[in-house]
Design a protein around this ligand. Structure first.
Ligand code: MTE
Length: 325
């Protein structure tokens, strides 16, 4: 069993914008300071138990999640520094500047919070933070590859989306899952005016959403998500470009037709619905063959499906990945 799975079992509008706004050689890559790795937490040295359910009141306290169980991903590559993960962000609701998100989002209210799950389901539900934190949390160390050709290795804490979907019981008709981020222009400055279509919307085919690698993350590096990383809850789909991993989700709907998503509606020629990481399908404006791992110098080869080919290639059998990009 590969280590991301082992860890899981053991643990607890515009033409100028891009989904990850600049091309890979752009100047907005992190400054040297954010590139410098800080010491990763010490490995816990063994299997961590399922995390206890934290007690959650009106203002939830930080859950007692375990610190990370490994210092590398299953390919042996080191985790990206916590500080880099938290200071180099794409969250367009706040700003198009990666280095500006953390400061602008610092007072973002992430409690109380709830997610409405509905559409083509037998048991629609509204889950508040306590309901979400009650899921058995697992650690998943995943690579995240931005379409802009930079990447990180992130120790997420979360739970399989499949668990939540099974509870709401999608009907026979349901074929896709549509996700929506909070729309709150008072708190999210970039939602005031402008040309970018908010709320941010993403989608998955139902079998992609039910895949065990697909999680709803509520933490990373053993701590709750910060506003800039998508608090209190975000999607993580590690074999797809980062823009599919929608942040600060308030709504999940099971639907029949492929949903219109933010990036595929803003620039359909550049961003498809599937957005599977693929070194053989270049972005119209840059190659996807290589990437820059944050914290490293030089470039490394991009892996098909971001290195999760064994787990997910069967989902796309018979599909031309150049057409369904
Ligand atoms: N979700 C929302 N709601 N708004 C966004 O702008 N950006 C996406 C994705 N999720 C985005 C979002 C993009 S382009 C990327 S690469 C990842 O979040 C970045 O996640 P990170 O900032 O935690 O690295």
């Amino acid at each position: 069993m590969k280590r991301f799975a082992a860890a899981a079992a053991a643990a607890v509008g515009t033409g100028v914008l891009a989904a990850c706004a600049t091309p890979p050689t752009g100047t907005s890559e992190p400054a040297t300071s954010t590139d410098t790795p800080v010491a990763a937490p010490t490995a816990s040295g063994g299997a961590a138990p399922d995390t206890p359910t934290p007690s959650v009141g009106a203002e939830p306290t930080a859950p007692a999640w375990p610190t990370v169980s490994a210092e590398t991903d299953e390919l042996g590559d080191p985790l990206t520094a916590d500080q880099a993960i938290n200071s180099y962000n794409n969250f367009y609701e706040f700003t198009f500047s990666k280095e500006g998100v953390a400061q602008l989002a610092k007072d973002f209210q992430t409690h109380p919070w709830s997610i409405e799950v509905g559409g083509l389901v037998t048991n629609p539900r509204t889950l508040d933070l306590a309901d979400l934190l009650a899921y058995s949390m697992q650690e998943r160390i995943y690579r995240m590859r931005c379409v802009e050709a930079w990447s990180m290795v992130i120790p997420w804490i979360g739970f399989p989306l499949a668990k939540l979907l099974a509870e709401v019981e999608p009907t026979e008709e349901a074929q896709y899952v549509r996700f929506e981020t909070l729309y709150d222009p008072e708190q999210m400055p970039n939602q005031r005016g402008g040309t970018f279509p908010f709320p941010y919307v993403e989608g998955l085919r139902l079998d992609e959403a039910m895949h065990d690698l697909t999680i709803l993350a509520m933490g990373l590096y053993g701590k709750p998500l910060t506003p800039q990383t998508g608090a209190p809850i975000r999607l993580v789909v590690p074999w797809k470009y980062g823009f599919k991993s929608i942040k600060s989700i308030v709504k999940i709907d099971l639907v029949k037709e492929m949903p219109e998503t933010t990036w595929s509606s803003v620039t359909p020629s550049e961003y498809g619905f599937y957005a599977n990481v693929n070194p053989n399908v270049p972005h119209p404006r840059w190659s996807q063959a290589t990437e820059r791992r944050i914290g490293e110098s030089g470039r490394r080869k991009t892996l098909l499906f971001n290195g999760y080919e064994d787990e997910v290639a069967s989902l796309y059998e018979g599909m031309d990945l150049k057409v369904w990009f």
